[in-house]
Design a protein around this ligand. Structure first.
Ligand SMILES: Nc1nc2c(ncn2[C@@H]2O[C@H](COP(=O)(O)OP(=O)(O)OP(=O)(O)O)[C@@H](O)[C@H]2O)c(=O)[nH]1
Ligand SMILES: [Mg+2]
Length: 270
């Protein structure tokens, strides 16, 4: 697995971030952050929310395949901290409730370049009005709970159900993460419980720490792999369906020509 990252764009402002990492400069950090703007903007027409600007089909930008990733979870579980660790190698050490932020990060995953378009969503209920909209746009989802917060663990199942309901499918690329494992003394959810839930979801599972940057890259890269695998699986299914229908058609033509022959003979005899 080869890994290479560079963040692409910087948005308007990054709040007065009190980052604790030193390698921010070396990353040539350019974060793309917008509040309901730019790529993740949804257009309101006559008071109704129109279709999101992101089409669901695979998207290319600057020759790179764009992977639309949505990070979900209860308020305060560390969605923004995890995302910022991934894109800027820095730890957001305070809670500033998110409305909706987007980031772009370039990476080379398994020798294949990718542009991760990450939507950091609101966990606070006051800001969750756009939920169904961004669930429709995402190609892959990270559901995040905190090991220090039992309620956030229970809510993870609700997020899973919501994705299934909005996408009308259980087969959506997904990764479950249990964040804040550095706070071992405050742990309220065991590793076993997390693993069992991931098994139930049928998805990979990571215990992460945004504070220590543990398993952050792995979570995002694994999700990209899940998206790629699903894509390969879908294209194989389509190919085999095409092959099947060609086969069915050729069988039908064979039967048809036999019948035609029999009728022609009968007619000639008469
Ligand atoms: N110790 C520790 N603290 C963390 C970790 N991840 C996040 N935090 C802290 O938890 C608080 C909430 O983090 P956020 O990333 O803002 O949480 P969020 O899920 O984005 O919250 P909303 O935007 O309100 O949905 C902040 O004070 C973070 O510093 C972690 O891995 N370890
Ligand atoms: Mg947040």
């Amino acid at each position: 697995m080869s890994i290479g990252c560079s963040v692409l764009k910087k948005s308007s402002k990054l709040k007065s971030t009190r980052f604790t990492s030193s390698d921010e400069d070396s990353m040539q950090t350019q974060l793309s952050k917008s509040k309901k703007k730019q790529q993740h903007q949804h257009v309101r027409e006559n008071g109704n929310i129109s279709k999101p600007l992101h089409p669901v089909q695979p998207n290319m930008r600057g020759g790179l395949r764009v992977y639309k990733i949505v990070i979900l979870g209860d308020g305060g579980v560390g969605k923004s901290a995890v995302t910022l660790q991934f894109v800027s190698h820095s730890f957001l050490d305070y809670h500033d409730p998110t409305i909706e932020d987007s980031y772009q990060q370039q990476a080379v995953i398994d020798n294949e370049a990718a542009l991760l378009d990450i939507l950091d969503t609101a966990g606070q209920v006051e800001f969750t009005a756009m939920r169904d909209q961004y669930m429709r746009c995402g190609e892959g989802f990270i559901i995040c709970y905190s090991v220090t917060d039992r309620h956030s663990f229970q809510e993870a199942s609700e997020y899973r159900k919501l994705i299934t309901r909005v996408r009308l499918s259980e087969d959506i690329p997904l990764v479950l993460i249990a964040n804040k494992v550095d706070l071992e003394s405050q742990r309220r959810v065991t590793t076993e419980e997390g693993k069992n839930l991931a098994n139930q979801f049928g998805c990979p599972f990571f215990e992460t720490s945004a504070a220590l940057r543990h398993y952050i890259d792995e979570a995002f890269y694994t999700l990209v792999r899940e998206i790629r695998n699903k894509e390969i699986q879908k294209s194989n299914d389509t190919n085999s369906e095409k092959l099947h229908s060609r086969h069915r058609r050729s069988r039908w033509w064979r039967i048809r020509s036999i019948f035609a022959l029999v009728f022609r003979r009968k007619r000639n005899l008469n």
